[in-house]
Design a protein. Structure first.
Length: 275
């Protein structure tokens, strides 16, 4: 239980698994890098209890007193609820988690939300994993249900999210998710014009009113996708936005920069303020 509980909220360098070490590490950095590679995602209390009971039944998990199994499950649940209620930032970065492991994380976050947690969370960092569209959709569904209402920073860069995942996120944003978010990083994924079009449509509908910066660099966005974003910005989307990065995409970022500074945008924002 200690290992599972430790993995709930500690950041990516603060939990080391000895089974990930090779014995050839020479620096603390080597220990952190290799040791964190074996870390597993947080587990929802119900899943933890079920796994524990199954392990005891099969003999894989040993208890001196099998009557303690239920108590251990309860203690884990109490720790889970307390940590997720208090968490301000969650860092699960560069852990190599695939889509299945990310779905396990999403299930844990869903359990935390159902228990009244994540309301203080301001930062969620999931960079440098192998998160795909399935987990992105699961996260989007959770956000659409009102989880993490005070989240300010959502970092999903260097994953494997494509248009379907972005479309799911856009749908959640259109429904009012992430009202306090100021920064979203979707760089270095597999997003093309179709995903950006879905995002632009959500932004036109008033999504992300507090957002100042969206990073879409190093994707597969052409001039058509950039044009969709520029059109949304000229119409007054993202009223707080100062920058959208399109760095290292096939399309030029010039239309977005021009739209942010355009008289049309200024007029659209003025009309909104007057309403």
């Amino acid at each position: 239980m200690e290992y599972n509980a430790s993995g709930l909220v500690k950041d990516d360098t603060a939990l080391i698994s000895l089974k990930g070490l090779t014995g050839e590490e020479e620096t603390l950095g080597d220990v952190r890098r290799n040791g964190k590679a074996a870390r597993e995602p947080p587990v929802a209390p119900a899943a933890f209890a079920s796994t524990l009971e199954a392990g005891v039944a099969s003999g894989a998990t040993k208890f001196t007193n099998k009557g303690d199994v239920g108590l251990v499950g309860k203690i884990y649940g109490w720790a889970f609820d307390a940590e997720m209620a208090a968490a301000v930032a969650l860092y699960y970065v560069d852990l190599g988690w695939d889509d299945a492991q990310m779905l396990t994380l999403c299930a844990a976050l869903r359990a935390a939300h159902a228990g009244g947690g994540l309301r203080k969370l301001e930062t969620l960092m999931l960079s440098d994993n192998q998160m795909g569209d399935g987990a992105a959709a699961a996260l989007a569904a959770l956000l659409e249900e009102g989880a993490m209402p005070n989240l300010e920073t959502l970092v999903l860069d260097n994953n494997q999210i494509s248009d379907a995942g972005v479309a799911a996120l856009a749908s959640a944003l259109r429904g009012g998710a992430l009202p306090s978010c100021t920064f979203i990083d979707l760089s270095n994924n597999q997003i093309s014009d179709a995903g950006v079009a879905a995002l632009a449509s959500a932004l036109k509908g008033g999504a992300l009113p507090s957002c100042t910066f969206i990073n879409l660099g190093r994707n597969q966005i052409s001039d058509a996708g950039v044009a969709a974003l520029a059109s949304a910005l000229r119409g007054g989307a993202l009223p707080s936005c100062k920058m959208i990065s399109i760095l290292d995409n096939p399309g030029s970022d010039a239309p977005v920069d021009e739209a942010l500074a355009s008289p049309e945008r200024a007029a659209a924002l003025a009309r909104r303020q007057a309403e």
